[in-house]
Design a protein around this ligand. Structure first.
Ligand SMILES: NC(=O)c1ccc[n+]([C@@H]2O[C@H](COP(=O)([O-])OP(=O)(O)OC[C@H]3O[C@@H](n4cnc5c(N)ncnc54)[C@H](OP(=O)(O)O)[C@@H]3O)[C@@H](O)[C@H]2O)c1
Length: 270
């Protein structure tokens, strides 16, 4: 199967109110697609819609919380009412993080991270399968992370959610192959967005990393090139490769790095 040009496609995209999702929505609509943008902040979604008024595609939006089953049903109902139940692309991008040692975190933080990053996305896929099956060239694209391939200290809950998404996507890809539904796993490295301001604990500013526009463009490219999975930065690729080939060495380096971080923050040996 060759290149799949994303044009005039019906696309549901979660987490479209900021960062990578917002950028993907804008690029997809400018490319002539019809996007249903999903996130909680209605004012942001409305502003994006006005910004894209003259673009060749169209942007509609639903201000919903993806962790609510009732809200996810609204997405499905919208697809039935507006697109006759047909969906070409589902992009699960909505995500949150938490930063800090596991021993200082709590159950509700872990559950929140898993609800948004994993359970909501997976259940949205379950709800969407009947719609995707009506498309000629259906795709599920899950935005994971390099931290869904190689684990980092202070991000155990986030890593758990993204490793879960990685494993789930690999299994689903095989299951849906026979039906022609592609499953693409996109794994960005650090990206400049609002992500680090909205993490459940350890919120911070982040001015390093790739731009959300470049990450969005590479994710769209991965769908168009029918990739199974993509790691978006060279640093991410090298880290994941090193972790596969020399897991003991990478682990030792990370332990040393984490000790230095702990000493810098507390003055106490980590
Ligand atoms: N930034 C990075 O360094 C980085 C690196 C690797 C992977 N990623 C992944 O990339 C994806 C996008 O992150 P980003 O960097 O663009 O962060 P972001 O700017 O914080 O965007 C996150 C999006 O998710 C939405 N969202 C969060 N919880 C939601 C909920 N319960 N229901 C509906 N929408 C929800 C937010 O919208 P509302 O708040 O309006 O609901 C927002 O639109 C995430 O899956 C993240 O894990 C990010």
């Amino acid at each position: 199967m060759g290149f799949r040009k994303l044009n005039n496609q019906k696309i549901v995209l979660t987490g479209a109110s900021s960062g990578i999702g917002r950028s993907m929505a804008a690029q997809l609509v400018r490319q002539g697609n019809h996007v249903l943008a999903v996130a909680r902040r209605e004012n942001r979604l409305a502003a994006l819609q006005s910004e894209l008024e003259t673009a060749s595609g169209s942007l509609s939006y639903l201000a919903v919380d993806v962790t609510s089953a009732g809200d996810r049903n609204l997405v499905s109902d919208w697809v039935v009412q507006n697109w006759d139940g047909e969906l070409d692309v589902l992009i699960n991008n909505a995500g949150i993080g938490s930063i800090g040692p596991f021993s200082e975190s709590d159950e509700s933080t872990l559950r929140n991270v898993m609800e948004v990053n994993f359970f909501a996305a997976v259940e949205l896929i379950r709800d969407s399968l009947r719609h995707l099956r009506q498309s000629k060239s259906p795709v599920v694209c899950n935005i994971a992370s390099v931290l869904g391939h190689t684990a980092m200290p202070s991000k155990s809950e986030y890593c758990a959610s993204k490793f879960a998404m990685h494993g789930f996507s690999d299994a689903l890809r095989i299951e849906l192959k026979g039906e022609g539904v592609d499953v693409v796993l996109v794994s960005p490295s650090t990206t400049r967005s609002e992500f680090f301001e909205s993490v459940l604990s350890g919120a911070s500013q982040q001015d390093k990393g790739m731009s959300a526009d470049i990450v969005g463009a590479l994710a769209i490219r991965a769908i168009e090139k029918r990739k199974r999975e993509v790691l978006l930065s060279w640093g991410g690729k090298c880290l994941v490769l090193a972790d596969r080939i020399l897991p003991g060495v990478v682990s030792k380096l990370l332990i040393r790095w984490y000790r230095r971080q702990c000493r810098a923050v507390t003055g106490i040996e980590g």
